[in-house]
Design a protein around this ligand. Structure first.
Ligand SMILES: [Zn+2]
Length: 213
C-alpha cells in the first residue's frame, strides 16, 4: 500500500515538473543540465561553451528578447540569484532575433556561424568576469557600466580577453570583421564598437602576448 502511495506521489510530482517545464520554457528551447538554449542557435552555443570548461556547472540561459537597446546580445546575472552564493548564481544571455540599428535590420539567421560563435564567446567572457565578482561588486559593475563609457571599454576588453585566452581568437576576429566591414551595419554602430571594443589589431597583439607567456 505504502509503495503505491509513493509511486503515485512520484507520478504527480513528475507530471507537475513536466507541466512547469512546458509552461516556463519555449518549446523550441532545449534544456540541458545548467543550460537552456534555443534550438536555432544550439550548435553555435555548444561550440562556444566547449571553449569554457569552467562554465560547465554554471547555470546559463540563452534567451531571445524582442527589444534589446544598443546591443545584439547582453550577458547578465539573473536578478533573483544575484545575492545567492556564487555557486548558485545563474546568468542569462539575452539575444535579439532581429538586431535593429538606425534603419538597418540584421536577422540572426543571416549571421555567419563563426560570427555568431564569436559573439556568444564574447558574452561567455563576460560571464567568466562576473563569476570572479561578489554580489556587491556586480551591483557596482552594473551602475558603472550604465554611467561610464570608460568602464564599458574596460569591461568589453575583459570579455574579449577571456575569449582569446580560451582559444576563440579566430571566432572573435570573424565577429569583429563582420561588424566593422562585412555586415553592412550603420557607421554610428561601427564607431561605437571601435570606441568601446578591442580592435582586430589589438586582439592579434593580445594573442602574441599570450604566446609569449
Ligand atoms: Zn560585451
Amino acid at each position: 500500500m505504502k509503495h503505491i502511495l509513493y509511486s503515485q506521489i512520484f507520478i504527480i510530482a513528475f507530471l507537475f515538473t513536466q507541466i512547469l517545464n512546458a509552461t516556463m520554457i519555449p518549446s523550441d528551447t532545449i534544456s540541458f543540465k545548467n543550460k537552456i538554449i534555443p534550438e536555432e542557435i544550439l550548435e553555435e552555443a555548444r561550440t562556444a561553451l566547449s571553449h569554457y570548461p569552467e562554465l560547465k556547472e554554471v547555470s546559463i540561459e540563452f534567451k531571445f528578447k524582442s527589444s534589446l537597446s544598443k546591443s545584439f546580445m547582453k550577458a547578465q546575472p539573473k536578478i533573483p540569484t544575484l545575492f545567492a552564493s556564487k555557486s548558485k548564481r545563474g546568468y542569462v544571455i539575452l539575444m535579439s532575433r532581429v538586431f535593429k540599428v538606425e534603419n538597418i535590420q540584421l536577422h540572426i539567421k543571416d549571421i555567419p556561424k563563426e560570427v555568431l560563435i564569436g559573439w556568444l564567446g564574447h558574452e561567455l567572457g563576460h560571464i567568466m568576469d562576473y563569476q570572479n565578482r561578489s554580489s556587491a561588486n556586480l551591483v557596482l559593475f552594473g551602475i558603472k557600466y550604465f554611467f561610464s563609457q570608460g568602464y564599458i571599454r574596460k569591461a568589453e576588453r575583459i570579455a574579449d580577453t577571456y575569449a582569446v585566452t580560451h582559444n576563440m581568437k579566430d571566432y572573435i576576429l570573424a565577429t569583429k570583421e563582420f561588424i566593422l566591414s562585412k555586415g553592412d551595419l550603420p557607421e554610428i554602430y561601427k564607431s561605437r564598437i571601435r570606441r568601446l571594443y578591442l580592435s582586430p589589431d589589438e586582439i592579434l597583439m593580445l594573442v602574441k602576448e599570450q604566446e609569449g607567456n
